[in-house]
Design a protein around this ligand. Structure first.
Ligand code: NAG
Ligand code: NAG
Ligand code: NAG
Ligand code: ZN
Length: 252
């Protein structure tokens, strides 16, 4: 017994000493946020924009004194630097919604190298800083896919990973009836709080699901707030004055 234990620890030691420093065995891993913390709050999150329905969603929320969180992709449904998108992002921020990063090309980060994960995150953070002057404290990995390498990079970049506890299934091709049911089911669970995944890139989500969710959730006594607010945390690492568009603001 003793000798095998010695052998095992010797083997572990050699693995440790053989590992290059950059493998970061003890490197901090970003926290993965699944649930909200503040009772009776809901964080409605909208991924994949900026896109043409974001303002409509914002207006429906504002009319109900509700806030949401938009996880923006750099170059997925449309280029984040298009004039319309710049206006939309600034509008969302002015309306009090939170902005988070959903990376650049919407790739499965768990299949990428450290440098590639950094690239995917850097490009979108740079764009959000330029356009709105915000350095996000939260990111949502595309498809909700991540591994420990991704968690290390996210931590190094000062962020936390935002997962969710309720999927409206809108990006899986669910019918609007089914997506509404996911809201009804969430309310029936009587959870202390909810962290809901939806996508602002679908007309049905914008014009049917979001208004339905606002009505049902508020009717059940929940307050729709930003992700940061439902956690009692800061939404951004820092803020600065937005930039002025020039030739370097492009997706190609
Ligand atoms: C959606 O928002 C756009 C831009 O604010 C507006 O022109 C359009 O009328 C809205 N659509 C609906 C259906 O409300
Ligand atoms: C993105 O990467 C560049 C080049 O390494 C760096 O200068 C810049 O500060 C980074 N931007 C952000 C927002 O991390
Ligand atoms: C272009 O914009 C970037 C980011 O906003 C800024 O750092 C750079 O100085 C600008 N370049 C010119 C030529 O104005
Ligand atoms: Zn996405």
């Amino acid at each position: 017994m003793l000798s095998s234990a010695v052998l095992i620890s010797a083997a572990l030691l050699s693995v440790v000493s053989a590992a290059p420093p950059s493998s970061g065995i003890a490197a901090p891993l970003a926290e993965v946020i699944v649930n909200c913390k503040v009772p009776k709050t809901v964080a409605l999150t909208l991924d994949d924009g900026p896109y043409i329905y974001a303002r409509n969603i914002s207006d429906a929320l504002t009319a109900a004194e509700a806030k949401a969180t938009f996880f923006l992709a750099g170059n997925t449904w449309s280029c984040i630097y298009q004039d319309e998108n710049i206006k939309t992002i600034q509008y969302l921020h002015e309306q009090g919604h939170q902005i988070g990063s959903h990376t650049w090309n919407h790739l499965d980060l768990s299949l990428l190298t450290r440098a590639e994960v950094n690239y995917e995150m850097n490009k979108t953070e740079e764009a959000i800083l330029r356009v709105a002057g915000l350095k996000p404290a939260f990111m949502r990995p595309p498809f909700g896919r991540y591994n420990n390498l991704v968690r290390e990079v996210v931590a190094e970049r000062g962020q936390k990973i935002a997962f969710w506890d309720t999927d409206t299934e809108d990006s899986w091709g669910a019918t609007i009836e089914r997506s509404k049911e996911t809201i009804d089911e969430a309310i029936a669970r009587d959870a202390t709080s909810l962290h809901i995944l939806a996508h602002d890139t679908y007309a049905t989500t914008a014009y049917e699901l979001v208004p339905y969710a606002i009505k049902q959730l508020q009717g059940a006594g929940y307050k729709l707030v930003t992700l940061a607010e439902c956690l009692g945390e800061e939404p951004y690492q820092w803020t600065q004055k937005p930039g002025v568009k020039n030739d370097t603001w492009r997706c190609g």
